[in-house]
Design a binder for this molecule. Structure first.
Ligand code: ASP
Length: 326
C-alpha cells in the first residue's frame, strides 16, 4: 500500500486554482475529471472493505451493491471491535448494532438496537427494499431479520466479554468516544454509471447505556446521499452529529459549491462553534462528490480513511481542527 497524499493535495490545489481563475466551481472542474469508479471509507479497516467493494465497482457493478458488500467485511471480522461480530457490548454486556444504507434514488433503510444478527447492513437494505418504512428497531428489527432468512447468533466474543468484565471491575468508568474506542465504518461509492450510494454500520459507543442509539443509523446524521451532489458519512461521538445533522449539512455545503474537504471542515467548525464540550470528543466526516472528488476532516488527530480508485488503494490521515496530523 502506498499513500499518495501529495498527489491528492496537488489535485485539490489545481482544482481550486483553476476554479478561482475561471470562476467555475470546483465540483464542476472535478466533474470533468470523472474520477470513477471510486470507494472511500472510514478508518484503516476500510482498506479491506474497499477491496471487497472494488470488485463490484470495477466490474461495472452498482454502488449500492458495492457499499453493502464492502461493509460486510468488518461486520464479520471479530477483530474490528465496534462493528458487527465482536463489537464492544453495552453496559449490560449486550452487543447492539446500528446501521443504515442509502442509494442514488433517495431510498434508504436502517436498523437500530438490533441484536444477534451479524450483518445489520443487509437487514437495513431489506428494510429499504422490502418494506414501506425507513427504520426498524430492537425486537421488531430482529423479528423482521429472522423472517427475511437471517440467522440469530451470539455476537459477544470471548474477547469482548473479557473487556466488558474488565471495564466493570474498573468501576464502570464512563468511557467516552476517543481515538481508541470507536471505529464505525462509513462507506461511500460512485459507480461507473455515475451513481452514488452509502452505508454505515456500528456497534456504537463502547459500554453505552442500554438502549442508546447513535448517529450511524440516522439518515442525515451518520450518512447522507444526494445523487445530484455527493455523499457524506461520519464516525466518532454520534451525539454531536445528531445535534447538527452533520452528514446532511456536509452534502448541503457541497451543493453550495464547497469541495468535499471544505464541506467536512465547515461541518466540524459548526460543531466547534455550537457545542461547548466538542474538544472532549472525536468526530470525523468523510465526503465524496458526484465527480469522484473526496475529502475528510475531524476534530482530533487520529482519524484516517481509505480510498480505492483506478490509481490504487490509499490510506490518508484526516485533516483536523485541534492538532497536527499523525
Ligand atoms: N458514531 C458511532 C456512534 O456514536 C460511534 C463510532 O463512530 O464508532 O454510535
Amino acid at each position: 500500500m502506498k499513500a499518495t497524499r501529495r498527489g491528492f493535495l496537488k489535485f485539490s490545489f489545481l482544482s481550486s486554482v483553476v476554479g478561482a481563475l475561471t470562476g467555475v466551481s470546483k465540483s464542476v472542474v472535478a466533474a470533468n475529471k470523472r474520477n470513477k469508479p471510486i470507494v472511500v471509507s472510514t478508518w484503516e479497516h476500510g482498506l479491506a472493505a474497499n477491496a471487497a467493494a472494488w470488485k463490484i465497482l470495477n466490474n461495472q457493478g452498482r454502488a449500492l451493491d458495492a457499499v453493502e458488500k464492502g461493509v460486510r467485511v468488518p461486520e464479520a471480522d471479530p477483530d474490528v471491535r465496534t462493528v458487527g461480530l465482536g463489537g464492544y457490548p453495552d453496559s449490560d454486556g449486550n452487543v447492539t448494532l446500528d446501521a443504515c444504507i442509502m442509494d442514488e434514488n433517495m431510498n434508504c433503510g436502517a436498523v437500530a438496537f438490533l441484536q444477534d444478527i451479524k450483518h445489520p447492513i443487509s437487514v437495513a437494505r431489506k428494510v429499504m427494499e422490502e418494506t414501506p418504512h425507513v427504520m426498524l428497531v430492537g425486537s421488531g428489527a430482529k423479528k423482521f431479520a429472522l423472517e427475511q432468512g437471517f440467522t440469530s447468533e451470539n455476537l459477544l466474543t470471548e474477547q469482548s466479554k473479557k473487556d466488558w468484565s474488565e471495564w466493570k471491575k474498573l468501576g464502570q468508568q464512563k468511557k467516552q468516544i476517543n481515538i481508541e474506542n470507536h471505529d464505525t465504518i462509513g462507506m461511500l461509492a460512485l459507480d461507473n454509471a455515475g451513481n452514488l450510494s452509502g452505508a454505515c454500520t456500528t456497534s456504537g459507543a463502547a459500554f453505552k447505556l442500554p438502549g442508546r442509539v447513535g448517529d450511524s443509523p440516522i439518515i442525515g446524521a451518520g450518512l447522507y446521499v444526494d445523487n445530484e451532489v455527493g455523499a457524506a458519512t461520519a464516525t466518532g461521538m454520534g451525539e454531536l452529529m445528531m445535534k447538527t445533522v452533520g452528514c446532511h449539512l456536509v452534502v448541503e455545503l457541497m451543493r453550495q459549491g464547497a469541495s468535499p474537504q471544505e464541506a467536512c471542515q465547515k461541518a466540524v467548525q459548526r460543531i466547534a462553534t455550537r457545542l461547548d464540550n466538542f474538544a472532549e470528543f472525536q468526530v470525523g466526516f468523510l465526503a465524496l462528490n458526484k465527480a469522484g472528488e473526496y475529502g475528510a476532516y475531524c476534530i482530533q488527530p487520529g482519524f484516517n480513511y481509505a480510498v480505492r480508485d483506478t490509481s490504487g488503494e490509499h490510506l490518508f490521515d484526516g485533516e483536523n481542527l485541534l492538532g497536527a496530523s499523525k
